[in-house]
Design a protein around this ligand. Sequence first.
Ligand code: FAD
Length: 272
Amino acid sequence: MPSIMHIVVCVKAVPGSTEVKMDPKTHTIVRDGGAAVVNPFDATALELALRLRDARVAAGEPSRVSVLSMGIPATEALLRDCMARGADEALLLSDRAFAGADTLATTYALTCGIARLAKGAGEPALVLCGKMAVDGDTAQIGPELAGALGAACATDVREILACDEKAVLVRAAVDGGMAELELPLPAVLTVAKEAAQLRMPSIAGVRAAATAPVPVATAQAVGADTTRIGLAGSPTQVVRSFVPEQRSRAVPVVGAPAEQAARLVQIIAEVS
Ligand code: FAD
């Protein structure tokens, strides 16, 4: 019997609105349980993982998709929604000790979560992340995870073209265009938002997900080193964050081309 291909998708809960509230003391995002959504890039990553799993299962090759998040307890509902859309299992890392993590501490916590998931479904052949989170926006977690796991990494992936037990072939954006890249497994892929649209949940999926277990693990439960998580484990601190003041100095230049040219000459003369 072929071994199960385990695919882990990292899913971050991000604010559902564009108005992000910051904690003035810690300079971290206030995650107070208000409307949160799955980071749109992660939704795409999940769809690519589900398509790969479905293709493999249809070919008689067992495969499982796990979703993993570090977040507040309310993130459980988002993971359940991922299960309604087809994910086989979920794990939520939730503990005050994880709060305030920078990318290094987040990466470490996620590796602890991946190790926990591996105990059930085996070491993941693929870890899929979004290319970036729409709130923190550093786009560091995927490549950092690849480094921490000793895995190959491709960023800005648009399509998974093929995957077997040994390697994955992807189409990814590179400087100046697209490239087809073959990576040995295990590999971490960061996925572009435009690569796919996450499927709708099925009625059967919603029913199954409603009662499916979504384990919530504390730092202790996943054996995390408390000096490497949360604010304590974060060498990077956001010292100040603010909404930039909008100072519009744009001057519309209108009229016939000759009038516009004359006006531009006048403006250049004024500022030079
Ligand atoms: P990205 O690297 O942009 O996310 C990529 C992917 O990683 C996501 O699509 C998702 O698949 C996965 N992922 C990310 N977080 C999680 C999670 N909690 N659970 C599951 N999957 C996840 N930290 C720094 O180290 N350096 C900085 O310069 C920095 N600047 C910041 C600036 C601002 C304004 C804010 C609000 C935060 C900043 N942070 C910084 C903290 C950073 O947001 C956190 O480290 C965060 O946990 C992960 O970074 P990210 O959101 O940028 O993720």
